[in-house]
Ligand binder design. Sequence first.
Ligand code: SF4
Ligand code: SF4
Length: 342
Amino acid sequence: MSNLRNPQYDACLHLATSYQCNLECNYCIAGIRYVSDIFTKADPINISALKKTLNNSNKIYRINFTGGEPFLTPNIVEACIELTKKHFIAFNSNLTPKKVEEFAEKINPERVLSIDASCHIKELERRNLLSRYIHNFLLCKNRGFNIRAIEVGYPPLLKESDKYIKIFLEKGIDLTFSPYLGSYKGKFYPDSYSEKELKILGLTEKDIIDWFHQYGKLCNAGYNVCIIYPDGDIRYCFFINKSLGNIYEGIKFNDKLIRCPVKLCNCPVNIYDPYLFRKAISEVGPYDAEWIQPFKNRIKEYMKNLFFERKQNYLIDNTRKLIIEKVMSNKFLRKYLFKHWI
Ligand code: SF4
Ligand code: SF4
């Protein structure tokens, strides 16, 4: 475990390194199986530009690598070596790419706040990767990383939770389940979990409401937490489109808190990092918190860039062509596009 029990950092960046993943889980909220044939390549991180932006902002960061699968990024270990000289890092990973071993060997566990090792059991079994997951998990654990094995509480899987918890326990791994957000057999989750299922997740109905139903509540997204898309574009959160710059050019945080504008949030930053939320409250207080437009503008802007302004420079021309062809060959999308954006 990390010796740094009270790490001091000023802000958190959720950095999606790419949309590429080596798995295709059927409950993936990143929609990987729909885009994996389009976003074919994880580009390297521009480490020197990233470091320059972070240095210029004069803050210590927690950088949460996510994706897609962040360990598919070609220079991820080099990026971690550089970033951990000054900042802290954390990972959401399926833990199966080869780079995990190199990471475990070269990176100081004391600068890694957490590794959430997503354990997609059925997909790992289907691809014969379960033993590699277990090997990499134990390697990281034995090297002293703060690592957790977390499976998505997909309703059909919860029926077999006892079996899988036992299998993992025999290997020395505590398997836990996290809430699934999405629909299954016409029901919407996490709201539709039964009492028995909630017990497996270790949650109550109140936890579900408090965590994911954030509409109107205070949030520090944009103030000291933000998300970064693979092209470096910085936004408040996955639902709020407003820009905070580009991580390879410069970052400018908002100077106040916001009120959450969406009914259901799948990553409530105020819950997931209470340290930064409390810090934000103590610095600026809740009184002039802003309301900001949610997600749909992001789609609008994305389509505009894709079709007209060609700003998404991480997309090579053939990929752009492929996306345009896919969108235009779908009757519904074509109609929607012409109605709203052209
Ligand atoms: S491992 Fe994660 S990102 Fe990859 S397909 Fe599964 S849920 Fe999606
Ligand atoms: S949707 Fe955005 S603003 Fe709302 S709680 Fe989630 S992170 Fe905060």
